[in-house]
Ligand binder design. Structure first.
Ligand code: HEC
Ligand code: HEC
Length: 356
């Protein structure tokens, strides 16, 4: 009963673009569509939902982009958002977990910033409700950018070029942490996938996928029942599951979603990541413990690594053959790779072009 309530609650808080039926008119992806266990079909991403109190504007997006690539947001001027969410590494980093100021290692893998605008909740445990809230976190995180909001604002306020930029957007030369977070979030909302071989296929181009990729898509949506969790145009339900990724040693386990809800059923559960651009950001999982997509697929095929009481009932041995595993991997690696420049070709703003 509680589970049912939780499901209903989650359903209610999902943003409107995830409402079932929205993509009713979309062409069926494959013959196995009927087996899809997720409530929403795979397809093209809808336009990003923009919060009423942070409308997009060109100047705001440009400012957000500069802030995103500026190491001066960190305490010792060494780390920017892009250090850990590098466009050239699938908007993530080399991992397995992130390294912040003074070489400090965090406990979790950097999720991609690309398409994060579609996640109903941010972070592996969903503790931030919006991109705006999320952006304030790393600046003041002692092992990430190691700064304080006050000191960061002081440094921005001391850079005449930034003060001018903020003034152009907000009409005020008093910079606040909220303004900085809003600008960064506005930039992040432009890093969204409109085009990948899969998207072309979903729009009706039969030749956009190779034979192997089509077979992989069928397995993703059928025998592998990956769409039980990686569903909809974002290829994620935005919910939290325990996949048995945790090390067997309890003292080394990450509580995951439990830290937010204090519900024991959430112990070791993490947010379903999107499959978009997944081939560009090895290693995988919240702790970067799976080195390659081959390893990830082996994990699923075995039905998880560590058995525990919270293991998702959907994680069961799959019985995929060697060829089926290969097709599934090919689909994720190449068919889900963004081609549109907003995701694929974003170059860092060089230090010489940052405000002085
Ligand atoms: C030192 C590395 C590091 C830096 C610097 C960093 N991040 Fe992250 N980021 C991470 C890690 C690790 C996580 C996951 C943490 C967790 O879930 O607890 C994360 C999570 C996120 C998420 C959530 C994505 C999702 O799908 O849940 C977004 C968005 C994000 N960061 C944006 C930013 C922005 C914007 C900045 C700059 C203001 C930034 N990050 C700076 C490492 C970093
Ligand atoms: C029960 C829900 C569920 C099912 C079913 C599921 N996934 Fe996942 N997937 C997740 C969650 C949750 C994570 C993150 C788990 C963690 O880090 O502990 C994940 C992580 C991944 C990752 C790593 C992505 C990254 O950025 O680190 C890949 C790749 C992946 N899944 C592919 C698949 C494939 C392929 C299938 C089908 C064979 C599948 N998933 C089935 C929920 C699911």
């Amino acid at each position: 009963m509680r589970k049912l309530n939780l499901l209903m609650a989650l359903f209610l808080i999902l943003p409107p673009f995830l409402s079932p039926g929205q993509e009713k008119a979309a062409k069926p992806i494959t013959a196995v569509n009927v087996q899809s266990m997720g409530p929403q079909k795979l397809g093209n991403l809808p336009p990003v939902a923009v919060p009423i109190n942070n409308q997009q504007s060109t100047l705001k997006i440009q400012l957000g982009k500069k802030l995103y690539f500026d190491t001066r947001l960190s305490k010792d001027n060494t780390i920017s958002c892009a250090t850990c969410h590098n466009p050239a590494m699938g908007w993530s980093d080399a991992g397995p977990t992130s390294v912040g100021i003074r070489g400090q290692k965090g406990g979790r893998r950097a999720p991609p910033v690309s398409n994060a605008a579609y996640a109903p909740l941010q972070f592996w445990d969903g503790r931030a409700p919006s991109l705006e809230e999320q952006a304030k976190g790393p600046i003041a995180n002692p092992i990430e950018m190691g700064n304080t909001h006050e000191l960061m604002i002081q440094s921005l306020q001391g850079i005449a070029g930034y003060v001018k930029d903020f003034e152009r957007v907000w009409g005020s030369s008093i910079v606040t942490i909220d303004m900085a977070a809003e600008a960064i979030a506005a930039f992040e909302r432009t890093v969204v996938t409109t085009d990948s071989p899969f998207d072309r296929y979903a729009r009706g181009d039969e030749n956009a996928l190779t034979k192997a990729e089509k077979q992989g898509l069928e397995i993703f949506n059928g025998k592998g029942h990956c769409t039980a969790c990686h569903w909809g145009s974002y290829f994620s339900d935005g919910r939290f599951h325990n996949l048995g990724v945790q090390p067997a040693d309890i003292s080394k386990q990450d509580a995951g979603r439990y830290a937010v809800t204090k519900d024991t059923a959430d112990m070791g559960a993490f947010k379903t990541p999107t499959i978009r651009d997944v081939g560009l950001r090895a290693p995988y999982m919240h702790d970067g413990s799976e080195k390659s997509l081959e390893d990830v697929v082996d994990l699923y095929n075995k039905g998880g690594r560590t058995h525990n009481c919270n293991l998702s009932p959907l994680i069961v041995p799959l019985g995929l053959t060697k060829c089926e595993k290969k097709a599934l991997i090919t689909f994720m690696k190449t068919a889900m790779k963004s081609i549109n420049p907003e995701v694929a070709d974003v170059k860092p703003v060089p230090a010489s072009e940052l405000p002085k």
